[in-house]
Design a protein around this ligand. Sequence first.
Ligand code: IVH
Length: 443
Amino acid sequence: MDETVEKRVSRLRDEINRHIYLYHSKDDPEISDEEYDELFAELQALESEYPELVSGDSPTQRVGAPPSEGFAPVEHEVPMLSLANARTAEELLGWQKRIRTRLEKADVDPGQITWVTEPKIDGLAISLTYENGRFVRGATRGDGSVGEDVTRNIETIASLPKRIEGAPPLIEVRGEVYLPIPDFAELNRRRTEAGLPAFANPRNSAAGSIRQIDPAAAAERPLAVWSYGIGVTDGFEFETHSEEVEWLAGHGFPTNPDTATHKSIEEVLDRCQWWLDRREDLEFEIDGVVVKVDQLSLWRELGVAGREPRWSIAWKFPPTTATTLLREIDWNVGRTGHLVPWAMLEPVRVGGVTVSTATLHNEEDLERKDVRAGDEVVVLRAGDVIPQVVSALPQKRPEGAVRPGPPEKCPACGTKVVKPEDSVFSICPNRTGCPGQIFQHIK
Ligand code: IVH
């Protein structure tokens, strides 16, 4: 084998591990999900071509990141798995074909398969343990085997039952914690006003909240949950996944009302398109559709490959982030005189819409992200929220690009701007006479 292949595998592992750390432990990713998936797919492809290079510590063999300090570790009795992705109809059909072939080889009739579709919530996976009907533990996924004990923070989620009637001695409910988009927009508004860095997307803010050391701080953020599965149970068996979901709904757990079952894979594909069409109207972010075989007996038959079950796949939507050129930074005066930086972009398609301006929130956020005119930048659209510049790609930066600062004079009335010490904004002090402020007020 080529020595460069070995080097590339090792480089990819380091790089992927760094991004896993930034995403899972810091809640502050540097690259988009799609860029991450590309690195991951390259590593998977090399490892399948050169199996002798696979090692237990490769990110392909693990899920997420090891638990961080600050939370007690929780061992997952049933591992919390990841999902393989399909990005096209062909990939989804290929997946169902592989399942059918595998079942046929095991003398199991694939004709019996029914499918379940659910939204793929872009949040944080959690495990909720109930003993004798009482909520006793909440944990993050961590690396899939060991997560973090976030019980106190989970307790602050009002929509989750703390007691369940008619429960078995032990049941572990699994689901996804997320921050509804309107609450995310409000949280970021408050954060930027308070001089705190804005969250890049609802997922990071939900992850940041659930992993707050201080439960009171977590309680300030209105987290929500969709539950979609059951982990460990004691003396309790279901025949199908849809029965699990029904049981959850019947026992007070929030389950997505648009979870559906299908007889054919064609119906599944129609449903994926249906979800894609309404993605923009939802109050929560989804990045795809999770397709699952309904029969749990077939789950056991199909088993797990590495960290991914064979009985489920994520049909992923096209990205809501894109990279483009930032032509210049413009400063707008807001209703209360705050000067807000805006990125004027080379128009780019993001999540089905062309975007040519994006917010940079405030001058401290701008400085923190170190975004400059002429940079290639990552632009994100989350639901109806104003598009925002998440980060720059400094490796592509043109020489001599200077850090932009606020103008000395108000762009609307020419008054000298001031920067109050406790503010993240420079301000036009001409409160009553500035046409920019008056216009924003009327608007
Ligand atoms: S099922 C079987 N169902 O997606 C293993 N996961 O990429 C996956 N997710 O870790 C659990 N929505 O955090 C399942 N309806 C859904 C989901 C879902 C979002 C997340 C979950 C998982 C990740 C895998």
